[in-house]
Design a protein. Structure first.
Length: 352
């Protein structure tokens, strides 16, 4: 592009050449995520994808969008940008997985005041890694440079995922019944929720981001808090192929109390046995440093369980074994029971 033609825009604070340089740098990353359905390269006005509908009688598209939230504030403070892209992908692909959908493609939106090509490349590298872990294509995205909208060195992220499931295999929780078991899969830490409170607790604790994390394995506070969100696609899809998974929940904002009821029929409740799973040290630290109760931890954070499945009692052990084969920890953390006639009663009962 002629520098003369872009001169006025550059003087206004938008560097078109930097944007072009970024596109050139990330082409290889994007191509590394391509799946069979991709029929376009980055640079077009829209990404093109031809889904494989073989074996499907009534295909249903499932979509989700999300961001990373104030976890980004810690990324800025640590100058560590390689994992928040994984978080971005995880938040959307785990959501559509709950309904049995196979992620097809992902789109990202990166907005900043002044484009730092190195930082943006690192962030998008994390997005590409998340897509590879999910088996979906990074089909396209948008990089927006908006002077005066963001503080120097800061940016925002949003992501959009589309998946597909045959209507006959759509999972909505309607088949859940009394006696079914609840399987919990471990989270890697805080994932991408509750960081407004976590950052407040950190400020009050007097710890710096470079200090060793209390009770940890030597990792710094910053590294522990920035641990990327676990992507559950590979393990869960293995179960969906030939097991009777009746319902699933992604434990995000709202914790156990708000997310598990989203897949429960009105006549049942989930009874969770606190202590039936191993909890990462970060949750004990939050409880002590923030003077929080365990019910508060399980309302605001994931409490060490990032994903929940409901299966028949006779399949619980096999489900756990299969999940563990994917190097994820899993436990039977409760069961489904009949709900009382009081419709105001909470549908998640945690026995502490």
């Amino acid at each position: 592009m002629s520098s003369d033609r872009a001169k006025a825009y550059t003087q206004a604070g938008v560097d078109i050449e930097a944007g072009n340089a970024l596109v050139s740098r990330i082409k290889g990353m994007v191509q590394s995520t391509q799946t069979r359905g991709v029929i376009s390269d980055i640079g077009g006005f829209g990404g093109l994808f031809r889904p494989d509908l073989n074996g499907m009688t009534e295909p249903v598209l499932v979509s989700s969008t999300d961001g990373v939230g104030t976890k980004l504030k810690l990324a800025f403070a640590c100058n560590k940008h390689d994992t928040v892209g994984i978080d971005l992908v995880a938040m959307s692909v785990n959501d559509i997985l709950v309904q049995g959908a196979n992620p097809l493609f992902f789109l990202d939106y990166f907005a900043t005041g002044k484009l730092d090509v190195e930082t943006a490349q690192t962030v998008i590298g994390g997005v590409a890694e998340g897509c590879r872990q999910s088996g979906c294509a990074l089909l396209g995205g948008e990089t927006a440079e908006m002077p005066d909208m963001y503080a120097p060195g800061e940016y925002d992220l949003a992501g959009f995922c589309v998946g597909i499931v045959d209507n006959a295999k759509l999972i909505d929780g309607s088949g859940i019944q009394v006696g079914d078991k609840i399987i919990g899969i471990a989270s890697s830490g805080l994932h991408s929720n509750g960081f407004s409170l976590a950052r407040k607790v950190l400020d009050q604790s007097g710890l710096s981001l470079t200090d060793p994390f209390p009770g940890g394995d030597g990792a710094s506070v910053g590294d522990v808090l920035l641990t990327p969100t676990t992507i559950y696609v590979e393990a869960v899809r293995s179960l969906l192929r030939d097991m009777n998974v009746k319902g699933m929940a992604h434990i995000t904002g709202g914790g156990f109390y708000d997310n598990i009821p989203r897949v429960l029929p009105a006549q049942v409740e989930a009874r969770i046995h606190f202590g039936s799973w191993q909890m990462a040290p970060v949750f004990n630290w939050l409880k002590e440093a923030g003077n929080l109760s365990w019910p508060e931890i399980l309302q605001i954070f994931n409490g060490g369980i990032g994903y929940v499945l409901v299966v028949p009692a006779d399949q619980a052990e096999e489900a756990i074994n299969r999940i563990q084969a994917f190097k994820l920890r899993a436990w039977c953390i409760g069961e489904i029971a009949r709900r009382s006639k009081d419709d105001d009663q909470e549908q998640v009962i945690i026995n502490f």
